[in-house]
Write a protein that binds this ligand. Structure first.
Ligand code: MF3
Ligand code: CO
Ligand code: CO
Length: 271
């Protein structure tokens, strides 16, 4: 396995798939309310993908050593770190939930996730969601030709840990294109100047999982669901990005995407 560099046609395909993945999240947003079950969110996503002419990359997805994933997206509530399987439990006021959508359109994959606050949440829960969003963007801001993957990991780790949070180590971002998970692995911790050098045409995800407590995680008996060992809250945001000749393009943007943090906007204005 090697890194694939996308040409103009590939980039065009990625732009479409990634926008559609983000638009699924836009479509779901008004439905993420107290009382809705995660299974209903999954069903709504299926309908949306049908109208898009896209298909879910996760339904039946089976990496080596895993059972086939049984749903069209992941819903990870509170202390669930990632890969939560939709089910019959209803969301309740004060929950935080990550919804992670990966679609395939014309053979290209788009992968993105957002945090949602159900009704009103505690200040601590809201802060974790906001800080994780910022952490992701600090990683994205490192992306340009000549930078290294370690720069992304370091930016995320430094920001998260300086605010008293911990970074999950067992799961990482990944190259993506005509394959769901391809090289390189994009760690959310690391050292500046280390790891693969970024080059134009690379497309990969940045998807930090940040815990309010300790970083250790545990897998549940369903073979998929990952939770924090100490049951502390966990948050995650994910974008798919392209390395451009001058920097980065975030591919998983749509009308409903939350705008980048003010610090990123200021840096963009100067560029
Ligand atoms: N979308 C997840 C990611 O960001 C992967 C989910 S795989 C599943 O890489 F099978 F759990 F859905
Ligand atoms: Co994802
Ligand atoms: Co991903």
């Amino acid at each position: 396995m090697t890194i694939t560099y996308k040409d103009e046609a590939g980039i065009a395909g990625m732009r479409v798939a990634c926008r559609l993945a983000s638009e699924v999240l836009d479509f779901l947003t008004p439905h993420i309310q107290p009382g809705v079950t995660t299974r209903e969110i999954d069903r709504l996503a299926c309908e949306c993908m049908k109208t898009q002419g896209s298909i879910s990359a996760t339904l039946g997805y089976q990496p080596p050593g895993y059972p086939p994933y049984p749903a069209s997206l992941c819903t990870s509530v509170n202390h669930v770190v990632c890969h939560g399987i939709p089910g019959d439990k209803a969301l309740k006021k004060g929950d935080i939930v990550n919804v992670d959508v990966t679609v395939i359109k014309d053979g290209w994959y788009g992968d993105t996730s957002r945090m949602f606050i159900v009704g009103e949440a505690s200040i601590a829960a809201k802060r974790l969601c906001a800080m994780t969003f910022e952490a992701m963007w600090h990683g994205i801001e490192q992306v340009r030709p000549g930078a290294h993957l370690g720069d992304i990991g370091w930016a995320i780790q430094k920001f998260a840990e300086s605010h008293g949070f911990s970074v999950v180590r067992e799961f990482c971002g990944h190259g993506i294109g005509q394959v769901f998970h391809e090289e390189p692995q994009v760690l959310h911790y690391g050292k500046p100047g280390t790891g693969e050098e970024l080059k134009p045409g690379m497309t990969f995800t940045i998807e930090p999982m940040i815990n309010a407590g300790r970083r250790e995680v545990r897998e549940l008996g369903d073979g998929w669901t990952i939770v924090t060992k100490d049951h502390s809250l966990s948050a995650q945001w994910e974008h798919t990005v392209l390395v451009t000749p001058t920097g980065y393009e975030v591919l998983t943007l749509s009308a409903g995407s939350p705008p980048p943090p003010a610090s990123v906007k200021a840096a963009e204005a100067l560029a």
